[in-house]
Design a protein around this ligand. Structure first.
Ligand SMILES: C[S@@+](CC[C@H](N)C(=O)[O-])C[C@H]1O[C@@H](n2cnc3c(N)ncnc32)[C@H](O)[C@@H]1O
Length: 254
C-alpha cells in the first residue's frame, strides 16, 4: 500500500468527527439498481464505518473490511454489534465468500489496479452488484476557493486525487465506471450523481481538510502552517458542494 493510502489511521478520530456521513439516498439508489433484496455486503476500505452504518442500518448483513487498525478501532465504536469486521486490504481479502453487494466509499482508488475487477467479480454472487461512491468536497464560492488556493500554494498545488485511469474531468463517464465498462466481468454500468450542499464553519472545514491525505503527507510543521493560512483566508462560514458520484455495475453471469 502507498504511504498516502496508509495516512488515515493517524487521524481516525478526526476523520470520524469532521468527515460527513452518507445520505440514505445512496442506499436507495444502490437498492433500486440491485432490483432484488441485498442480504449480504462486503465493504472495502470501510474507514470509521460511515457507509457501514448506512448499509447495516437498512438491514444488510455487512462485513466491513479495512487495513488500518486505528480506523478499524474507531469503526468498532460506531457500528452495530452485528457488523463483522476484518482487518485487510482489498488485495489481501480471502476469496472464500461471495456477497450480493461489494461496495467502497471513497476507498476504491486506493486499491491496486492489477486484478482489481477479477478479484471484485470473485467476491460477488452471480448477478451481484458492485458500487463505488464518493466525491470531492469543494468550496462553492469561487472567490473563497481562489483565496484558499493561494493560501495552500506554498505547500500544495492541489489537495484532490487525480483520476486513477487518467479520465479527463470533462468526460461523461468517470472512473471507475470507465474501467467497469472495459471489463467483460461486469455489465449494465451506471453513473449517478446525488447532489449535496451545505454550510459549515471555517473551523469545521479545516478540520475536514485535516483528514485529507494530501495534507497528511506534509511535514507536521508545514501542515500546521497550511491549516493556519487557510483558516485566515476563510470567512466564518463556508458553503460546500459535496456531490456524491456513484458507479454501479452487475457481475455478468458465468
Ligand atoms: C478516504 S478513506 C474512506 C473511509 C470510509 N470508506 C469513508 O467513506 O468514510 C479511505 C480508506 O481506504 C483505506 N485503504 C487504503 N488502501 C486500501 C486498500 N488497498 N484496500 C482497502 N482499503 C484501503 C484507508 O485505510 C482508509 O480507511
Amino acid at each position: 500500500m502507498s504511504v498516502r493510502a496508509l495516512s488515515f489511521g493517524a487521524v481516525a478520530e478526526a476523520y470520524e468527527r469532521f468527515r460527513p456521513g452518507y445520505p440514505e439516498e445512496i442506499f436507495d439508489l444502490v437498492a433500486a439498481y440491485a432490483g432484488r433484496p441485498i442480504r449480504t455486503a462486503l465493504e472495502i476500505g470501510a474507514g470509521t464505518g460511515k457507509a457501514t452504518r448506512l448499509f447495516s442500518g437498512r438491514g444488510v448483513e455487512v462485513t466491513a473490511t479495512e487495513p488500518d487498525e486505528a480506523m478499524l478501532a474507531e469503526l468498532r465504536k460506531h457500528v452495530p454489534a452485528g457488523v463483522r469486521t476484518l482487518r485487510a486490504t482489498f488485495e489481501d481479502l480471502p476469496l472464500t465468500e461471495r456477497y450480493g453487494l461489494v461496495y467502497a466509499a471513497a476507498a476504491l482508488h486506493w486499491t491496486r489496479p492489477e486484478g482489481r475487477w477479477t478479484r471484485m467479480a470473485a467476491l460477488l454472487e452471480p448477478g451481484g452488484v458492485v458500487a463505488s461512491f464518493g466525491g470531492p468536497i469543494r468550496l462553492a464560492d469561487p472567490a473563497v476557493e481562489r483565496a484558499v488556493q493561494a493560501a495552500r500554494a506554498p505547500y500544495l498545488d492541489t489537495d484532490e486525487i487525480p483520476s486513477p485511469d487518467g479520465t479527463p474531468p470533462e468526460q461523461e463517464m468517470q472512473w471507475p465506471g470507465t474501467e467497469l465498462e472495459r471489463s467483460e466481468l461486469f455489465t449494465d454500468v451506471r453513473q449517478v450523481v446525488a447532489g449535496r450542499r451545505w454550510t459549515m464553519s471555517a473551523a469545521g472545514y479545516v478540520g475536514m481538510l485535516s483528514t485529507v491525505s494530501a495534507y497528511l503527507e506534509l511535514a507536521p510543521a508545514d501542515r500546521e502552517q497550511v491549516y493556519t493560512q487557510i483558516l485566515r483566508a476563510l470567512p466564518a462560514t463556508v458553503e460546500i458542494f459535496a456531490d456524491i458520484t456513484a458507479h454501479l455495475a452487475r457481475r455478468t453471469r458465468p
